[in-house]
Each structure stands twice: as C-alpha cells, then as structure tokens.
Design a binder for this molecule. Structure first.
Ligand code: NAD
Length: 452
C-alpha cells in the first residue's frame, strides 16, 4: 500500500516541496527479508550498563555474547547500535539517577534504527511499595524515550523480569535488540517462569527456530495472516493457512506459491473446532503453533449498529477463538510446549469511534490471554496477544483518507507498519526463545500516540 508522504519525500522532484511545506519525512525503517540471524550483534556497537545491585547483568552479558557481540560495559565514544540497560537494581527514587546519567549521554549517540532495551524488576505482591513504584517509573521513562527517539527509527522497549526468569531473557534481548522489532516500540513485557520448560529441553534455536513445528494461521489468504504464514515458513515450520470458503481459490494459489497447506473453513462455523481437531490429529498428530489472526470489522456507531453487525464481529473475533481453543487445548491437539497468539488491536486498548463491537472483542482477547496464561503454564504452553496499530492491509485501505492518514502519522515513527512487521512479532512469540513471555499483550504500532 503506497504511503504518499514516503513517496513524496523519496522522489527528488517532490522532496523539496514536501520539505518546504514542513511535511513529516518518515525515516526508512530497517527491515529484514530473511529469518533470524545466529549472530545478530556481530559487528554492532552494543552498550550494556546496569544500575547498582541489578540482578540480570550476567544473563544479559551472556545473551549478547551468545549473539556474537562483545558489549562495551562503560563509557562510549562512537555511535551505538544497541543499548541494554539493567535497571533491576532500582528500588528507591535515588537509584533512578542511573537512568538519567546513562541515557542523558547516550541519546544522541544512538544510530538511526538503533535499539534500546531496558530491563526492570518484576516484583511480586510482597515487595515494598516504593520498590514497585520505582520499577514502574522505568516504564514512563522508557515510553517517553521511545517518543523522543522514534523519528530516528530507534525503538525503546522494557522487559520486566522476575528474579527466577533471568535465564529466559536471551530470546527477548534478541528480538527487542534485533532488526525484527522495527515497528514495536514503547512496549513493556513481563518475562516470567510461568510456562514450564522441560528440564532436558535443548537450548532454544535462533535460526530455523521452528523446524519440525506445525502451525495454523487463521485468516491467512492475505494481509497480516499471509505475512505470518510466510515468516513461519521461513523459520522452518509446516504451515496450514485457513480462510473462508469464499476465497478458497485465492487461498489455494497463495499456498501453492509460498509452500503452505490450504484449509478452507469458516472459523465461526459450529463444527469448526471439531474439524480442526480431526484435521491436525490425523495429518500431523497435533499442532504446535496456533495463530488466531482472522478478524472482521463492521463499523457503525452504536446507535446505528444493526444486531447482525454486532453479532458477526463477536462471533468471528471472539467466540470462535474461545470455542476452538476449548477443544484444541482440552483434547490435547495443541501439544505441550505449544504457542497460541491472538490478534488484538489498539482499538481494544484505547477504544475507537464506530468500533464498539470490534473494540469489545479485541479487549476481550487481552483479558483472555492474561487469564489463560497461568492455566496453560504447567503444560509449557504460552499464550499472548499482539495488538497491531496501523498496518498497511486491505482492512486499513478501506478507511476514509483522513482517518487513514491520522492512523499512519500518529505514531513515533510517523508511518504505517507493514504486515511483515506484525508477522515478526507474532513469529517471535511462537519460538522457543519466547518461553518467558505468556499472558502479555504487545503492540506493534510504531508506538502509536493513541492509547497507552
Ligand atoms: P484482512 O481483512 O486483510 O484479512 C483478514 C482475513 O481473515 C481475510 O483473509 C478474511 O477472509 C479472513 N477471515 C475473516 N473472517 C473469517 C472467518 N470467519 N473464518 C476464516 N477466515 C476469516 O485483515 P488484516 O488487516 O490482515 O488483519 C488481521 C488481524 O489483525 C485481524 O484480526 C485484525 O482485526 C487485526 N488487526 C489489524 C490491523 C491493521 O492495521 N491491519 C490493526 C489492528 C488489528
């Protein structure tokens, strides 16, 4: 989908006009067309610093080294590609001074498309209120830093880590300090040991990360779902692309092109859960990755909304997902160690004019993953939600021009995301390296200025 400002700014004939009019000039965002690299930090300038008494430092150092980098531990004179700051030791207002001291000097040194990851303590209910507040303060700091640096394409994210989950940081560091996080900024995730990992499990693979896994992506004839299917295939998974029977021909052609298996099915059909269970058990003996991507909009203000518009959106975006999970999770079709990702939306966080039905369903999914995470943890199944902001797809192409332009520009990087950007985050959540993430909702929105 063409972004007219990007086109204007990149054309030597029209760029001077765009500049004279003071139009935003979004920075070209770094994107990778390939799968994960085994050594993403090789040749990069990485800074790793810690507030006094921090507990994640050794794990972070190892994580960077395992990715082929050798971090600078104090002082920095050159441009930095990646900065990791361990704030787990911050437990009083005075400790937060370390954040100021580090980032005051560092902000101008970050390269275009640089990456910042701050790690803070995840406290349990027994922690001192001031320690909890200090850790929470880091979130405000990180989000603000993201807004200040976003125009350079720099992403800033925060990982709260529980003391017993520091060894699960490596995959998180790889994603949030890697190219793939390009449209994910201003996010705060919780890294926990909620999902069991078998004691003898091999170390997570960071290339061909999904070899041997079976994945289902609903609503994948086009848009974000198709990009997810392609990205999962790139990591070595076998992928089944599901979409409504009305687009079966398109689905078959797409699957033949990308190397996936087509499955024409309406997820809201009453027999969909049973059919899916039978399909995956007979064909593959089970399912490892379940991406609930299919979704619809039927926008009207509540006063003008018909009962059908309300019902259709609730049936597809919410009820179908819970019905499918009820069967596939309970009958063991989704194998232990599996991954479930639900597509939410920033509408589910901030609400949106004309979308009471849609926002209801997308908010419901945020509550759903949070409630399911603890229940599925013992089986090693992680369940998370991804909330896209403005992604350039057929769904957003339908929006009126001015709303579309607002959606595109009202974020820290001043541009819409690509389906691939959402696919990067969703794919990461499906990998073994994301075993510390469950019950989270992560936005892929270029740090949208709308909502949290
Ligand atoms: P899209 O409309 O381009 O594609 C959705 C796909 O789902 C279509 O191929 C459609 O045929 C399929 N689908 C619809 N109902 C179905 C059903 N009952 N059974 C099976 N398949 C069905 O949408 P998209 O923009 O790629 O969005 C994908 C997901 O991301 C949706 O859940 C959407 O709500 C969410 N999302 C998208 C954006 C965005 O900016 N594009 C923003 C926030 C959230």
């Amino acid at each position: 989908m063409a972004d007219f400002l990007t086109t204007l700014n990149r054309n030597p004939l029209t760029a001077p006009l765009a500049k004279a009019l003071g139009l935003p000039n979004p920075v070209p965002l770094a994107r990778s067309a390939t799968g994960y690299e085994t050594t993403p930090y090789a040749g990069k300038a990485v800074l790793l610093q810690a507030a006094p008494n921090s507990y994640a430092h050794a794990s972070l150092l190892q994580a960077v080294r395992n990715g082929g980098g050798e971090p600078v531990l104090s002082g920095f004179s050159e441009k930095l590609d990646v900065a990791v700051f361990d704030a787990t030791g911050c437990s009083t207002p005075a400790d937060a001074q370390a954040l100021y001291e580090t980032f005051h000097g560092l902000a101008r040194k970050l390269a275009v498309n640089g990456r910042v990851l701050i790690v803070a303590a995840l406290h349990d209910d027994s922690a001192a209120p001031v320690a909890v507040a200090t850790a929470r303060g880091v979130e405000g700091f990180a989000r603000s830093l993201g807004k200040e640096l976003g125009r350079k394409g720099v992403t800033v994210n925060l990982a709260y880590v529980a003391p017993d989950a520091v060894e699960r940081l490596e995959g998180v560091v790889r994603f949030f300090c890697g190219t793939q996080t390009t449209y994910v900024s201003g996010q705060a995730v919780r890294v926990t040991a909620t999902a069991a990992v078998a004691p003898a499990a091999p170390a997570p693979a960071y290339s061909s990360a999904l070899a041997g896994k079976v994945a289902l992506v609903t609503g994948s004839a086009r848009g974000i779902g198709l990009a997810v299917a392609e990205r999962l295939l790139q990591e070595g998974a076998q992928v089944v692309c599901l979409d409504v029977p009305a687009v079966e021909q398109e689905l078959q052609q797409t699957c033949a092109r990308i190397g996936a298996l087509p499955l024409a099915l309406d997820i809201a059909a009453p027999d969909a859960p049973a059919r899916l269970s039978a399909y995956f058990r007979e064909r593959f003996g089970g399912l490892d990755i379940l991406i609930h991507n299919a979704g619809i909009t039927r926008d009207r203000t509540i006063a003008n909304m018909t009962p059908v518009q309300w019902d259709q959106v609730l049936a597809v975006n919410f009820a179908a997902i819970t019905e499918i999970d009820k069967v596939l999770l309970q009958d063991g079709t989704v194998r232990d160690g599996g991954r479930v990702v639900c597509l939410s939306s920033i509408s589910g966080i901030a609400g949106n004019f004309g979308q009471t039905n849609y926002a209801y369903t997308k908010a419901a999914l945020i509550g759903y993953v949070a409630a399911q995470a603890g229940r599925l943890g013992a089986r090693g199944i992680c369940i998370n939600a991804v909330a896209p902001g403005f992604i350039e797809t057929a769904m957003t192409a339908k929006m009126p021009f001015f709303m579309r332009e607002m959606g595109r520009r009202l974020n820290s990087v001043q541009q819409g995301g690509q389906p691939r950007d959402a696919a990067e985050l969703i794919t990461f959540l499906a990998t073994p390296g994301a075993s510390g993430l469950t019950g989270n909702t992560i936005r892929v929105c270029g740090q949208g200025l709308i909502g949290a």
